[in-house]
Design a protein around this ligand. Structure first.
Ligand code: F0G
Length: 452
């Protein structure tokens, strides 16, 4: 009974090329005519909302599912299944992803110069990053389509997530990661979850090139973010954010940019929310990149978005160390449509912003901190006004890159480099561990001096 009910509520979807509009078979990634990326559309929504429901009944349905004991209802992704592609309930692989907190960051708001700042923390997902929301959908589709193997190239979070979902769903998984350029925490996750993990002597973009050929030759399903089912799952972060804001859109949403699928997903979600009538206006969606990995920023500033300018990427925020982002056209469309913008931030600005988010008792990984660093610049430029509401999408947990955090606090991260940004020194945010004699007096004395 429950199974039938779940099936009826999901929507019939189709794959369509973002370039020429041709439709494609459900397990393809690129258009066979023009090679552009594919996206999922829901033709049935033209005649009323998903599953024929009004905006109000969808809101009620999603909130009524919260106390349910059904695994799909407990997932913050499948709770919104009316806006997802049709997957049979027995094929759903869920680790109870989504349902992530929305925090206020009062100190960060003050330091950015705005009244209210929210952070939607996608790092609070089961494997510690936003990837889980997309992976539950794409891995479930892989299983439903009969694949035995899944694979991805990754800067570490996708691979951790894919390995976990493959393991939970009884699938084999293959991970290609750049040798030496991902954090140990992320690497250790994919090992622990049982993936076959290969460190290739190249960067992320090189891993993608190799994998694209492997999946052409072998019956392996690609779970990189060009996979349109991942984008669908990642949409739910925006649905959940709006639900947490009582369906009142913030003025701005700020997203880190790497391969540019997440910004695409958040934008697609907001477009659909407006189409369904859940919201009446779009927030401005802005994408922030690291200065050393800034292909979208360059493409928009130097090329008016005509043609991607790939770069050789270099940044300590290894999650977004990407020079040739696959989803740049989708992200560009979101920025243009929502009247958002792009900005780039330096390594020191990223590290300072990360420490500030940490000192609010929240924390995030370096790639997520670009959002706060970027916000500060957007406020200075007047693009974000002091009285406007802003939501940052924090994408990864603080424990994802403990090495970065320790080096920062010990003062080793920027050895021999300038020690300040925006007139603030790194020192003012560093909290190195103190080595003390094992005596009560030493600790008490320390507390006295710290009070001053
Ligand atoms: N933040 C984190 C923590 C990430 O891991 C990534 C991407 C991004 C932001 C950028 O998101 O690619 O959708 O623009 N990580 C990928 C990976 C590439 O392999 O884990 P995007």
């Amino acid at each position: 009974m429950a199974e039938q009910a779940i099936k009826r509520e999901t929507s019939v979807s189709q794959l369509r090329c973002i370039g020429c509009g041709s439709t494609a078979l459900p397990d393809r990634f690129r258009c066979e005519h023009c090679r552009d990326l594919l996206e999922i559309i829901f033709p049935g929504w033209e005649q009323g909302g998903p599953a024929g429901l009004t905006a109000q009944s969808l809101k009620n349905l999603w909130s009524d599912r919260r106390p349910s004991l059904e695994p799909a209802d407990q997932s913050g992704v499948w709770r919104f299944r009316e806006i997802l592609p049709d997957i049979a309930s027995q094929q759903i692989i869920t680790i109870r992803e989504g349902n992530t907190p929305l925090y206020e960051l009062p100190s960060c708001a003050t330091s950015a110069g705005i009244d209210h700042l929210f952070a939607k923390h996608q790092g609070m997902n089961p494997t510690g990053s936003f990837k889980d929301t997309g992976m539950t959908v794409a891995a479930s589709f892989a299983r439903q389509a009969g694949y035995k193997w899944v694979a991805c190239a990754s800067t570490g979070n996708t691979s951790a997530s894919m390995a976990a979902y493959a393991a939970r769903g009884g699938l084999h998984s293959l991970v290609l990661i750049p040798d030496g350029k991902i954090s140990w925490g992320k690497l250790s996750q994919s090992l622990d979850y049982g993936a076959i993990t290969c460190q290739l002597k190249t960067d992320f973009d090189g891993c993608v090139r190799v994998l694209n050929e492997v999946v052409e030759r072998m019956p392996v399903y690609l779970l990189n973010s060009v996979n349109p089912y991942r984008v669908e799952g990642q949409k739910t972060a925006a649905f959940e954010l709006l639900e947490q804001l009582n369906w009142e859109p913030p003025d701005h949403i700020i997203v880190p940019g790497g391969n540019l699928a997440n910004s695409s997903a958040i934008g697609k979600a907001l477009r659909e929310m407006r189409q369904i009538g859940l919201i009446s206006r779009m927030p401005k969606i802005s994408v922030i990149q690291a200065e050393g990995a800034n292909p979208l920023v360059r493409t928009i500033r130097e090329n008016a978005g005509e043609k991607l300018i790939p770069v050789h990427a270099e940044t300590m925020a290894t999650a977004i160390r990407i020079g040739n982002p696959a989803s740049w056209k989708k992200a560009l469309r979101v920025i243009t449509e929502s009247e958002g913008t792009v900005e780039q931030v330096s390594e020191i600005e990223i590290a300072l912003a990360k420490a500030e988010i940490g000192s609010e008792g929240i924390g995030c990984e370096p790639a997520s901190a670009v959002t706060l660093a970027g916000l500060k610049k957007l406020v200075k430029q007047g693009f974000v006004k002091a009285n406007e509401s802003v939501a940052l999408i924090l994408t990864g947990h603080v424990l994802k890159d403990a090495d970065f955090t320790l080096k920062f606090h010990r003062g080793d991260l920027f050895e021999g480099m300038p020690q300040e940004a925006e007139g603030r020194t790194l020192k003012s945010h560093q909290r190195a561990p103190l080595i003390l004699e094992p005596s009560v007096e030493a600790v008490v004395e320390l507390l006295h001096t710290s009070e001053k």
